[in-house]
Design a binder for this molecule. Structure first.
Ligand code: KIV
Ligand code: ZN
Length: 514
């Protein structure tokens, strides 16, 4: 095999990041964009984990073609059956079965003997093969497992029908040299391994997930599991954009590439950040705001003389290009829709109507509306899935000699119009207190950040917040040329998610991940 398969798990492991909940419509849009970008496999979710996840996997399986759609399952019959059912209509379905292999997990989590776990692995891989031809098996916590036992488990999984063997560094513990050797050993010693593809799934707890994945490729791994913007449990997973661009930029060294259309990377990163509410740090490799910015005079001088003096990648290779089409207040719905499609968003007529109305409001205030502005508006306007409370009006009075005071008017789920006021230490505090008086759902604001979407005094301000309640984190995002309005929208967005999640839990269904 002359290329590395890219297995994207943004919609499964990525969505496990605290506060990263995506609704089904957002997952479908992201899945289409991942397919357009050319990933080989999309892990669409964990069907048995909640009815919402089942639904999302099933809808992606039905709608997204030209790519393998995978569903995760623990090595228990119910999970396998649910995954099989959710994936029934997929063009290319894959079930991903996992069970722990480390003694720490066996003793403290599974509380099962080594023999019992081998038996479960074999039975459940065989059960998954009853549904699909393509079965991936993962021995969880592989890098802290006894290598002999790990290899025994892999051999048993192959015999039972696994076609891909995924080696997870579940807790981000391994190092590139050690991991490379483990992959080489597996290739050399596990009977039947030549009939399978070796995959790796690295977490970033020590910041080595990309390096570990690349070391595995050098030693024969041919599938990398990764996420957009490196999202995922704790410190996240191997970042798709970093690993793909490493293979592309250093093809001279790795001598292998992927099928990914790298010009789609930037767009996909923005989409995932907007939908999940997880900001991308400015100095993040490949997709950070500073990834292609040159500040030092010497660097600027060299760069201006010849780009390659200080740039190993061309920004256009990751899709960082200025749009030639600038939208403004005279742009019509057709041009707006066409631009949205180019950015990877396909909205329903109703969503398009709302987004276009917001676009017109902004276009009246700003001379030109950029792609970043449009993305911010889409995230703000279209992603309010469960609009339980709606912000109708917010008004503040503040200044250096006055007490910051806010009045808000919200529409409640039953249509009632509710008005209240409060004062606070600043305008945002006053608004949040006024909203709290109306909504009455206790929570703790754990993060608040405001960013300007583009340069200029008329820029849209994008506010991202996180709140905590009932031991869960909820993110909220709002965008507006007025940052107090953006702050209010972000708070209402997060509160609506909290309320929707509580309703689900009290109805006795499993809570959606947040
Ligand atoms: O990190 C991990 O071990 C996982 C498995 C389910 C593959 O996410
Ligand atoms: Zn993981």
């Amino acid at each position: 095999m002359d290329r590395v398969l890219i297995f994207d798990t943004t919609l499964r492991d990525g969505e496990q990041s605290p506060g990263c909940t995506l609704n089904t419509a957002e997952k479908i849009t992201i899945a289409h964009q991942l397919q357009r970008m050319g990933v080989d496999i999309i892990e669409a979710g964990f069907p048995a984990s909640s009815p919402g996840d089942f639904d999302a996997v099933q809808r992606i399986a039905r709608e997204v073609r030209g790519v393998t759609i995978c569903g995760l399952a623990r090595a228990v019959p119910l999970d396998i059956d649910q995954a099989g059912e959710a994936l029934r209509d997929a063009e290319r379905p894959r079930i991903h079965v996992f069970i722990s292999s480390s003694d720490i997990h066996l003793a403290h989590q599974l509380r099962k003997s080594r023999e019992k776990v081998l038996e479960m692995a074999a039975e459940m891989v065989a059960r998954a093969r009853g549904f699909v031809e393509d079965v991936e098996f993962s021995p969880m916590d592989a890098t802290r497992s006894d290598p002999e036992y790990l290899m025994q488990m892999l051999a048993i999984a192959i015999e039972a029908g696994a076609t891909t063997l995924n080696i997870p560094d579940t807790v981000g513990y391994t190092t590139p040299y050690e991991f490379g050797r483990l992959i080489a050993d597996i290739r050399a010693k596990v009977p039947g391994v030549e009939k399978t593809i070796i995959s790796v799934h690295c977490h970033d707890d020590l910041g080595m997930s990309v390096a570990n994945s690349l070391a595995a490729v050098v030693n024969g791994a041919r599938q990398i599991e990764c996420t957009i913007n490196g999202l995922g449990e704790r410190a996240g997973n191997c970042s798709l954009e970093e690993v793909v661009m490493s293979l592309r930029t250093r093809k001279d060294y790795y001598k292998i590439d992927t099928r990914v259309d790298t010009t789609q990377i930037y767009k996909t990163s923005r989409m995932v950040s907007n939908y999940t509410g997880m900001l991308v740090q400015a100095n993040k490799a490949i997709v950070g705001a500073n990834a292609f910015a040159h500040e030092s005079g010497i660097h600027q001088d060299g760069f201006l003389k010849e780009r390659t003096t200080y740039e190993i990648m061309d920004p256009t290779a990751v899709g960082l290009v200025q749009s030639t089409l600038v939208l403004g207040k005279h742009s019509g719905r057709h041009a707006f829709k066409a631009r949205l499609q180019e950015l990877g968003y396909s909205l329903s007529e109703e969503e398009l109507g709302r987004a276009f109305a917001r676009f017109k409001e902004v276009a009246d205030l700003k001379k030109s509306v950029t792609d970043r502005d449009i993305e911010a508006l889409i995230a703000d306007e279209v992603r309010a899935p469960a609009e339980i409370y709606r912000l109708d009006h917010v008004q503040v009075s503040c200044g250096d000699h006055s007490i910051p005071t806010a009045t808000v008017r919200l529409t409640a789920p039953d249509g009632a119009v509710l008005v209240d006021s409060a004062h606070g230490t600043g305008p945002v505090d006053a608004v949040y207190k006024a909203i709290n008086r109306v909504v009455g759902v206790p929570n703790r604001l754990t993060e608040y950040s405001v960013q300007s979407v583009t340069a200029g005094i008329d820029a849209i301000g994008e506010v991202s917040i996180r709140i905590e309640a009932d031991g869960r984190t909820y993110s909220g995002r709002g965008a507006n040329t007025d940052i107090i309005v953006a702050s209010s929208r972000a708070y209402i967005n997060a509160l609506n998610k909290l309320i929707a999640n509580r309703a689900l839990t009290t109805e006795g269904q499993p809570a959606v991940a947040s």
